[in-house]
Design a protein around this ligand. Structure first.
Ligand SMILES: Cc1cc2nc3c(=O)[nH]c(=O)nc-3n(C[C@H](O)[C@H](O)[C@H](O)COP(=O)(O)OP(=O)(O)OC[C@H]3O[C@@H](n4cnc5c(N)ncnc54)[C@H](O)[C@@H]3O)c2cc1C
Length: 400
């Protein structure tokens, strides 16, 4: 009796819980192997975003996995979003970051916080990859302290006039000359409350500022400053009501942090594959590296941490309601843990490969550079620590 009732629990697969997730995993495996992996090193070196690959991801339905089917999405859940970001990051975290900024920060945000008209006008093109989107939160003088943002949206009759500068915006441009297509922009409105606006390319006064070149990692994603110089948008561009921006922001940050954590898991997985293969092949003192205790320690501890991070991320995804707030504790904790695991595993991989690990050809140095961003973007380690202390003090029952 006990064995029978335990059977469904044993057959439950946390990482591909339904046939749809299994199909998605298969599509991702093939796409990553045939199309993402072969171009990754070159786009890192040349610091170019691969627009053709992005459009191809759209064709395969990978840009809209969480979007409702009526707008061209697959209508899946946070687990599917995690699968996409994890799998792409095993090969090209820079490309994965561009996909995440588009699919989660822009499209998923719009799907949850926009109205029918706004969703109809942009989500089908976001799901197909015809248009590329991003999110404008960070400003030159305001990052972690996001509610201190200075960009203003002043009401003027039936319009708002937006003034300010946003920086570090992923997909802010496609290249040095071409602005991204559509953005969700947080700005301060009446009474200093934060509101969210949809701003598309082509509005007078909206332009690409300084592109950020020579980044440490994530070089296959394009990061730019965006300038809003008296940009006039109709009231119908506002997402929700005036002053609701903070709530929108918080709602989207949870899935953002979880998918960023999934990227770290993907990085850790690839680094483990590379270091295990190397430890099997390379000989020193007459035996394979795998026979040396210190190498065993690098591999085994990285593996244990990777498994813990992956299970944590997928378990949070399984519980996450994409339309709700209140899951910040788990999303923060998953990113706090996984981002450090990603970086530590990449570091261990370089160590196991010795001098070869330091060389671009062996991939792990790129993954190590990419892994660092995940301790900063979408919330720094310190921001997660602060949030967790605050939330756990308020509600210790979150421990169970
Ligand atoms: C490659 C890349 C892509 C990005 N993409 C986007 C994007 O698409 N959209 C977007 O809006 N933003 C984006 N960002 C911005 C990113 O989210 C911010 O860099 C991040 O939130 C940190 O903000 P900051 O850089 O201003 O650092 P700051 O907030 O100035 O922090 C500097 C240091 O001080 C610490 N610190 C700050 N306040 C506290 C405190 N109260 N207690 C303890 N320590 C504190 C921080 O943890 C950090 O260590 C991107 C950044 C990068 C590098």
């Amino acid at each position: 009796m006990a064995a029978e009732s335990a059977a469904p629990m044993r057959s439950f697969d946390l990482f591909t819980p339904t046939p749809e997730h299994a199909l998605l995993a298969e599509t991702l495996r093939e796409f990553v192997r045939r199309e993402v992996d072969p171009q990754a090193a070159e786009h890192d070196r040349s610091e170019r975003f691969n627009l053709a690959l992005f459009r191809r991801a759209g064709e395969l339905g990978l840009l809209g996995v969480t979007l409702p089917e009526e707008y061209g999405g697959a209508g899946l859940d946070a687990v599917a979003a995690v699968q996409v970001c994890e799998a792409l990051s095993t090969a090209d975290p820079g490309f994965a970051l561009a996909v995440l900024a588009h699919s989660i920060l822009f499209a998923q945000n719009l799907a949850v916080n926009g109205n029918e008209l706004q969703k109809k006008s942009l989500l089908p093109d976001a799901a197909s990859g015809a248009k590329i989107g991003g999110l404008c939160m960070t400003e030159p003088e305001v990052g972690t302290d996001v509610l201190a943002l200075r960009t203003r949206a002043r009401r003027d009759g039936g319009d708002y006039v937006i003034d300010g500068t946003k920086t570090f915006i992923t997909n802010g441009g496609i290249d040095e000359r071409t602005l991204g297509d559509a953005f969700i922009v947080y700005a301060r409105t009446e009474d200093s409350k934060v509101s969210a606006f949809l701003v598309e390319k082509g509005r007078a006064g909206f332009r690409l500022g300084q592109p950020w070149k020579d980044k440490l990692g994530m070089r296959a994603s394009f990061t730019a400053e965006l300038v809003f110089d008296g940009v006039r948008v109709p009231v119908s561009s506002r997402l929700g009501e005036e002053g609701e921006g903070t709530r929108h922001m918080m709602r989207n940050l949870e899935i953002e942090r979880l998918t960023l954590a999934a990227m770290s898991v993907g990085i850790a997985q690839r680094c483990l594959e590379i270091m295990i293969a190397y430890a099997n092949e390379r000989k020193s003192f007459g035996q394979p590296l795998r026979e040396h205790g210190q190498i065993q320690r690098h591999v085994s501890e990285s593996f244990a941490e990777y498994r813990a991070a992956r299970t944590f991320v997928y378990d949070v995804a399984r519980r996450m309601d994409l339309g709700a707030v209140g899951q910040r504790v788990d999303a923060d904790a998953a990113k706090l843990f996984a981002s450090q695991v990603g970086k530590r595993t990449a570091d261990a991989a370089i160590q196991v490969l010795g001098g070869y690990g330091y060389m671009g050809e062996y991939r792990v140095e790129r993954l190590w550079r990419d892994a660092k961003l995940l301790e900063i973007g979408g919330g720094t380690l310190e921001a997660h620590q602060k949030n967790l202390m605050k939330d756990l003090s308020k509600d210790p029952s979150r421990l169970r």
